[in-house]
Design a protein around this ligand. Structure first.
Ligand SMILES: [Zn+2]
Length: 456
């Protein structure tokens, strides 16, 4: 069952939120359009406004939506009509490709390929091409190159143009910041096997999935708490180049329904137009908690592990800790701010880190395969900082993390603890927050209504 709904809508409130780009994120899943077999995810898309930024595009790229077939088809016909016509081809640089093979696929004439390969002016910029990147070629009807163009790292648009005025057929290289645009996208999905399976099915990029796990990480342990039927709605930024998705940006709002409990988050920047900010409930409560629910970094690899595998040891009463089955090397995070109290090997614990937190709290992370750099006794760590990596040192029958939580050195079960939240929105910013939060909450409601209609 697949349903895609696209609603065009402009939302001016969002434009003011679109301030800073999130670190680049692999967009593998964003290009997936097929749904996994047996997937019952509901996919709904709403494009809620487009905000242009950066320089105005004067790019000679054709519109992204134009299929390659259309570009190829008129070639023979145009050859007779117009010798000055240009053809634009685009090909992805694939693993194992050579430039000569790639240029050949782009319709460049063999003799021209030989000329290009011998031209340092051309080859030097092309050395930046990496597998997965696309190269566009504008050629004349004889397969001679007018221009080669690609988007290099750090969003630089590299153009290699044939400069007719120069003697001996020279090429001129021009590098400039690409004209990027920012869209706001909205998607929703339902968990069947893992969060990533659901986000893949919904076409949500990996970076957005991990952000969701982080945003709700104070309330939901994404390694233990996820159940079939949990569902999410997420509003996020998507950076595009000429209409094509380039990478995901920040999550602006999200709802996660876990075992029937709905959690909602709205991004709100700090005062003074800062790029920093935090996630709050639509009522203005801070979603950041004193402790994270899970000490394991949530990733594509760990996603769904607990739903596939029974945790190795679950007898809480026996050994006073919580065990997380996870692949060796999975990153282990300090669940709260604190100071490293112990790093080393200790009996059945194997390699262990103990972090001391304020208020008499301490946490232990055991059976580690190794420690993160800079983790030594007395070092300060912030919530979410990596302290080590999952392993099976000490008394462990398989790779897993043993996590202990103590208050005044008394064992407590972290799975049942209620943790205090960080500071809420201050009264003087509440009005501004409301404007943002209400608009975003309305988007979440809108998609939820759409989904309900689909389910009926
Ligand atoms: Zn254990």
């Amino acid at each position: 069952m697949t349903l895609q709904r696209i609603v065009t809508h402009s939302l001016s409130h969002l434009a003011s939120l679109l301030t800073s780009a999130h670190p680049p994120t692999p967009l593998r899943s964003a290009f997936r359009t097929t749904l996994g077999l047996g997937s019952a995810a509901i996919v709904a898309s709403l494009f809620v406004g487009v905000a242009a930024f950066g320089t105005v595009s004067d790019s000679p790229f054709p519109p992204a939506a134009q299929p390659i077939e259309q570009l190829l088809a008129p070639k023979l016909q145009m050859l007779e009509e117009d010798a000055t016509a240009t053809y634009v081809h685009e090909e992805r640089f694939q693993r194992g490709d050579t430039l000569s093979v790639l240029l050949d696929r782009l319709g460049v004439d063999d003799a021209e390929v030989t000329r290009l390969l011998a031209d340092r002016n051309v080859m030097q910029p092309l050395a930046a091409l990496r597998p997965g990147m696309s190269l566009q070629a504008k050629t004349d009807p004889d397969g001679n190159v007018r221009e080669l163009m690609f988007l290099a790292p750090r969003d630089q648009l590299v153009s290699i143009q044939r400069a007719d005025s120069q003697p001996a057929d020279g090429f001129r290289v021009d590098t400039r910041a690409a004209a990027l645009a920012q869209e706001t996208q909205m998607k929703s999905g339902e968990i069947r096997s893992s969060l990533f399976a659901a986000t893949d099915a919904a076409g949500v990029p990996d970076g957005v999935a991990t952000q969701m796990a982080d945003i709700f990480g104070g309330d939901v342990d994404f390694h233990r708490d996820l159940r079939r039927g949990d569902h999410f709605t997420v509003v996020y930024e998507m950076i595009t180049h000429l209409g094509r998705p380039l990478r995901s940006g920040r999550v602006l709002a999200a709802e996660f329904v876990n075992q029937g409990r709905a959690f909602r988050a709205v991004w709100f920047p700090e005062a003074g137009g800062s790029a920093k900010g935090g996630y709050y409930t639509p009522e203005g409560k801070n979603l950041r908690k004193a402790f994270l629910r899970s000490p394991l970094e949530f990733s594509r690899i760990t996603s769904g592990v607990s739903m596939r595998m029974h945790p190795i040891l679950q007898q809480w009463r026996m050994h006073k800790g919580v065990d997380y089955a996870a692949p060796s090397g999975t990153r282990v995070k300090s669940t709260s701010d604190g100071v490293i109290d112990f790093v080393g090997r200790e009996g059945g614990y194997g390699n262990m880190v103990i972090v001391r937190h304020s208020g008499g709290y301490s946490t232990r992370y055991a059976h580690l395969s190794g420690f993160a750099s800079g983790i030594r006794r007395g070092a300060r760590v912030s919530q979410g900082d990596v302290v080590g990596f999952v392993g099976q040192t000490g008394w462990a029958t398989g790779p897993h993390l043993h996590y202990e939580f103590r208050v005044n050195d008394q064992y407590r079960n972290p799975l049942t603890m209620a943790f205090p939240a960080a500071q809420p929105i201050t009264p003087e910013r509440l009005a501004a927050f409301r404007t943002t939060a209400d608009a975003l909450a309305a988007r979440l409601d809108q998609l939820r209504t759409t989904n309900l209609a689909v389910l009926e």
